[in-house]
Write a protein that binds this ligand. Structure first.
Ligand SMILES: Cc1cc2nc3c(=O)[nH]c(=O)nc-3n(C[C@H](O)[C@H](O)[C@H](O)COP(=O)(O)OP(=O)(O)OC[C@H]3O[C@@H](n4cnc5c(N)ncnc54)[C@H](O)[C@@H]3O)c2cc1C
Length: 313
């Protein structure tokens, strides 16, 4: 099979979800990557380490313009003759996957969380992660939109050939007025561990407890939507149906009720720990470990115990 993987490198680096998409593609067939962005050839060549044999880069696309990126992917499919396109469901992927599907008249599996099975069925997340579906694409060209953090990155030790590529992108109609970079040591969409706070933490002045615990764990911080809406925390930390969807190995939620819209963004987490004063809080139904208690008491104790454990091990 001939596979084309689109990755977004506009940030100038290769994100973990891009490595996952290339790993995924290379498990299906011979993989070419297509991208755009201000990124070095060395960084692009390193995609060979995840199984890509070639990388096509169109550096004329300098903004996140889904119309240009759709043109780029469609041109690359034509040029490479790829029969399968892999797109990670990051912000860019969510915008372009269905456009590419319409352009190529290719069936689209949205939210893949596993490799295609022997009979061609692909397991996907449906209803905001509350259930699984098995879909089969019957068109000759196939598009698989991959859920981030659903498959492990694998390395091969290889290096990819990098080629400049004209994606026939056309002129951009997008004007970028301001770019705000996410702050913090660990980026939320890529984090393996996340500590999150909700309205139960009463105010922004109490977030030190969340940040302190996150720091000892090497975790990213997150929050519920009202917390970002009130301005206690930045919007890029808001997780859920209308925020970032994450699938970390560990999600610690303090003072969050567990509304369905919040769960939609975190219920793919491998282990969920919930801290809430209300034993009837709905989040406990989704939790692997539940602590009925006051976050103001529990978070500092958790931090102290982890520090103690680290000192002894
Ligand atoms: C269309 C739509 C989309 C939405 N999208 C999102 C989304 O993407 N993400 C999202 O998060 N929400 C979303 N919401 C909002 C969602 O419905 C909830 O209102 C929201 O998640 C509640 O936030 P919360 O749990 O922080 O606050 P609350 O519901 O106020 O819950 C606070 C919790 O803290 C507990 N608590 C109080 N004091 C303490 C303490 N000292 N220690 C421990 N626990 C304590 C309480 O028992 C309570 O369970 C959306 C809503 C709509 C309608």
């Amino acid at each position: 099979m001939s596979v084309l993987v689109y990755i977004d490198t506009l940030g100038g680096n290769i994100a973990k979800n891009a490595m996952e998409a290339v790993t995924y593609g290379s498990k299906i067939g011979s993989t070419t990557v297509v991208t755009n962005g201000p990124i070095s050839n060395d960084a692009l060549a390193s995609l060979g380490n995840y199984g890509a044999s070639k990388v096509l880069v169109d550096r004329s696309i300098t903004v996140n313009d889904s119309s240009q990126i759709t043109n780029l992917i469609a041109t690359a499919v034509e040029s490479t003759g790829a029969d399968t396109v892999i797109i990670s469901l990051d912000l860019t992927g969510r915008a372009v996957a269905s456009r590419v599907s319409a352009r190529l008249k290719a069936g689209l599996a949205v939210g893949a969380i596993a490799l295609p099975e022997g009979d061609g069925h692909i397991k996907v997340n449906v209803f905001s992660g509350k259930a699984y579906g098995h879909v089969k694409i019957n068109t000759a060209k196939k598009i698989i939109a991959l859920t981030p953090n659903s498959i492990p990155v694998e390395t091969t030790g290889g290096s990819a050939a990098v080629e400049d590529f004209n994606g026939n992108a056309g002129a951009s109609t997008v004007i970028v007025k301001e770019v705000k970079k996410q702050e913090g040591d660990v980026l939320l969409p890529e984090a393996e561990l996340v500590v999150s706070g909700g309205r139960g933490l009463k105010g922004p002045e109490n977030w030190g407890m969340v940040e302190d615990l996150a720091k000892v764990l090497g975790a990213a911080t997150a929050c519920s939507r009202p917390v970002a809406d009130i301005g206690w925390r930045p919007h890029h930390e808001h997780v859920g149906q209308t925020g970032v969807a994450i699938r970390p190995n560990l999600y610690i939620a303090a003072g969050i009720s567990g509304a369905i819209q919040h769960l939609a963004g975190v219920n793919g987490s491998k282990v969920i720990v919930v801290i809430n004063t209300d034993p009837e809080a709905p989040f406990f139904k989704a939790a692997d470990y539940g602590i009925v208690g006051d976050a103001f008491d529990v978070l500092p104790k958790l931090k102290a115990e982890i520090e103690k454990f680290k000192a002894q091990n």
